[in-house]
Design a protein around this ligand. Structure first.
Ligand SMILES: [Zn+2]
Ligand SMILES: [Zn+2]
Length: 405
């Protein structure tokens, strides 16, 4: 007996406040497709969220399999986002899944975060979570963030960038460079706190419930929830806003649409901007330089990947050298990095330099006549948003533009 697609939601359509059509028109961005991200993606896809953007730079390891509902033994070594998307297509074929095998900053543009109905943070490191807080604050995207510990976990909501956040509960030192898994740092500072599938699925269930409440009925009454499997307590926790927490800053001023997208070249972008404008990226890219041993010039600095975090350059395969090595003399070179797009080869594509789809770029305009230098500096920045493309995720996945960073 065949079952029409509408029938699969017949039961949940009866839920008060539920709106299946609204859900089908919604986008959720899932940042981190490990244990939590798998469960959250499964829940939202089965519920019928129309479009999921999955962002994770990692590949599947055998140790992921005991906690990842969308991954199987045959997926080991494959990108997590691709393996999860394949499983989701089987579970919920009508849901569009876009994959970004990249870190957040190079995988999901600010414009995409701004357009999303909800952003779900499924990350396990403090640095990544703080970066997500900062990115969502820039565009006011509602964030549901989760984490697990051995017998429980926490979820935190930030519906408005002015509300207290995870960063508010950290000391300035903790907000610095540390990259400890967040649950380790908070619960037991002396060692890792592994979790099983059980608290993972419970926390992911709460996260998906919060996301659905946000989409249908407005935000839940709580902003933080602590789930403790030992005491049986699951209760809201009051949060205090730290005025010094830096993860609440919005973009100031209007965002101007650009006629080009992330697949355009640097030259195309410069042509689309006012004359003399200086566009900047959010993630530094390698810029052209010179080997100080033999004088070899790198006209495509990005083709000499050195440190982590550099996107592939599929267009210049012949010019790629060994990471961090001069392609002529083979000695170690220091790859200079920068955010100023005018320093890049104008023929390189923006996505190859780590510019995410739908990104909003900071653009400095030529210095206007102003009363003071400070006034000129402050008044000269604008925000410009790259055009969105219809089927960005699948195109990116098939071209392997992003690799594990
Ligand atoms: Zn904060
Ligand atoms: Zn050299």
């Amino acid at each position: 007996m065949s079952v029409s697609l509408h029938d699969r939601y017949a039961r949940q359509r009866l839920i008060p406040d539920w709106d299946q059509d609204l859900l089908a028109a919604s986008t959720a961005v899932i940042v981190g497709v490990g244990a939590l991200g798998n469960e959250v993606a499964k829940n939202l896809a089965l519920a019928g969220v129309g479009r999921l953007i999955l962002c994770d730079p990692d590949t599947v390891a055998a140790s992921n399999l005991s906690r990842a509902v969308l991954l199987g033994p045959g997926d080991v070594g494959q990108p997590k986002v691709a393996a999860a998307a394949t499983a989701l297509a089987r579970l919920a074929p009508e849901v569009t899944v876009e994959t970004r095998q990249a870190e957040l900053v190079t995988g999901v543009g600010l414009g995409e975060l701004a357009d999303a109905g909800v952003v779900l943070g499924c990350l396990d490191s403090r640095r990544a979570r703080l970066r997500l807080l900062g990115r969502t604050a820039l565009v006011g995207a509602p964030l549901v963030d989760g984490g697990t510990f051995a017998w429980g976990g926490e979820i935190r909501l930030r519906v408005d960038p002015t509300e207290a956040c995870y960063g508010c509960s950290l000391t300035p030192h903790q907000r610095g460079a540390s990259d400890l898994p967040w649950s380790c740092a908070e619960i037991r500072p002396d060692g890792p706190q592994p979790a099983s599938i059980v608290p993972t699925s419970i926390v992911a269930g709460w996260m998906a419930l919060a996301a659905l409440r946000l989409l249908f009925a407005g935000p839940p009454e709580y902003r933080m929830l602590r789930i403790d499997g030992a005491t049986g307590h699951t209760a809201p926790v009051a949060l205090t806003r730290d005025a010094d927490c830096p993860h609440h800053r919005p973009l100031d001023g209007p965002v101007h649409p650009l006629p080009v997208d992330h697949r355009a070249t640097v030259g195309d972008l410069l042509d689309a901007l006012p004359a003399g404008a200086e566009p900047f990226t959010w993630a530094a890219f390698p810029v052209p330089g010179q080997c100080h041993h033999c004088g070899e010039t790198y006209d495509h600095g990005a083709a000499q990947p050195g440190a982590q975090g550099e996107p592939e350059q599929p267009e210049q395969p012949g010019q790629q050298g060994e990471p961090g090595r001069c392609r002529r003399c083979g000695r170690a070179v220091r790859v200079r990095r920068g955010e100023r797009l005018r320093d890049a080869d104008p023929g390189l594509r923006l996505h190859g330099l780590g510019v995410a789809p739908g990104e909003i770029l900071a653009v400095q305009l030529p210095r206007p006549l102003a009363a003071s230098d400070e006034e000129a500096f402050q008044g000269s920045f604008q925000w410009h948003r790259l055009a969105s493309t219809g089927d960005t995720g699948r195109i990116l996945a098939s071209q392997s533009i992003f690799r594990a960073l």
